[in-house]
Design a protein around this ligand. Structure first.
Ligand SMILES: NC(=O)c1ccc[n+]([C@@H]2O[C@H](COP(=O)([O-])OP(=O)(O)OC[C@H]3O[C@@H](n4cnc5c(N)ncnc54)[C@H](OP(=O)(O)O)[C@@H]3O)[C@@H](O)[C@H]2O)c1
Length: 290
């Protein structure tokens, strides 16, 4: 029976990977820096680990055959961590990004591209079997970006209403990850993953309103206002503003990869909202902000 270590197991994608591997023929190890707050199913073995702490990572990797890797640590820790993973496991499935895809949305210079390119280079030269998952925009970004404003009222102040993306449900990223972790035939595959349709940000907000039964208004703000007002790091906002600006004028990239790999069509943005209606409700307590 395969031993699989899921890093980022308490995060958006990792938690889904854990839940989809639960019924599979494998032994699951879920890594977190805070096991006491992990809130993972009791069948999962929770292991304490930090990607930037080699001793803790070494313990998490004991007896492991395959790793789902969500890199959230500084780049300086990556060389040692990738070597450790390659010493223990036969296979790694990395959650990365479509930075090689020639669509303007994915081609803006930013620090994350460099980070991902370097982690991929380290993995490629380590000798381990690898699969790179390259999802575009997560539908779940709406929880960080818009849900706080939607819980506070009907107006969402946000830039670039016409910028299109093809938001992908975390379930579908995890479904591809599960296949790559469990099955053969995914070595050296680079899967560019998207949701099923190109939707402008305004259409996405309208969809949220329709599903939760509220009439939400998109109040367009300028890029400068976004940088001043939105409660996110300036580097993250700048990266997004550049990508949205470049995306305008052509549809978002839509791939068939989720269906090709899993045999199931990717879930729509509307389905994603239906799966998350409680997070948009006025009485929802955001565990990250509370
Ligand atoms: N958002 C998008 O549209 C998008 C698109 C493409 C790619 N991505 C990439 O997807 C990744 C984020 O995935 P996600 O949204 O599923 O994650 P997430 O929800 O932000 O959760 C982050 C996870 O990383 C873990 N973590 C943080 N620092 C760590 C460390 N030093 N060592 C070990 N684990 C650590 C956290 O676990 P604990 O706190 O429990 O330790 C948590 O489980 C990023 O690499 C991002 O660039 C995002």
């Amino acid at each position: 029976m395969k031993n699989i270590l899921v890093t980022g197991a308490t995060g958006t994608v990792g938690r889904q990977v854990v839940s989809q591997l639960l019924g599979a023929y494998c032994r699951l190890h879920a890594m977190t820096r805070n096991p006491e707050r992990a809130n993972l199913p009791p069948e999962v073995e929770i292991v304490r680990g930090d990607l930037s702490d080699p001793d803790s990572l070494e313990q998490c990797l004991d007896g492991v055959d395959a790793v789902f890797l969500v890199w959230m640590a500084p780049l300086t820790a990556a060389d040692a961590a990738v070597r450790q993973i390659a010493r223990h496991a036969q296979r790694v499935v990395l959650l990365t990004a479509p930075h090689k895809t020639p669509h303007p949305f994915f081609q803006q210079p930013n620090p994350l591209r460099l980070l991902f390119a370097e982690i991929e280079r380290l993995i490629e030269k380590s000798g381990i079997e690898w699969t790179f998952l390259r999802p575009g925009m997560f539908a779940a970004n709406a929880l960080t970006w818009w849900a706080p404003q939607i819980r506070a009222g009907d107006i969402v102040r946000w830039p670039y209403p016409t910028a299109p993306t093809a938001p992908i449900h975390e379930h579908d990223i995890a479904a591809v990850a599960a296949r790559a972790l469990l099955d053969s035939g995914h070595n050296r595959a680079e899967y560019v993953l998207t949701g099923p349709e190109s939707l402008s940000q305004m259409e996405q907000l309208r969809t949220i309103g329709e599903v939760i039964g509220r009439s939400l208004q998109y109040d367009e703000i300028s890029p400068d206002e976004a940088l001043r007002e939105l409660p996110f790091p300036a580097t993250a906002i700048t990266m997004l503003l550049d990508a949205w600006a470049a995306a305008i004028g052509q549809p978002a990239l839509v791939t068939s990869t989720v269906a090709d790999v899993t045999g199931n069509a990717p879930r729509s943005f509307r389905e994603w909202v239906s799966d998350h209606t409680k997070e948009f409700k006025l009485d929802f307590e955001d565990p990250i902000r509370s």
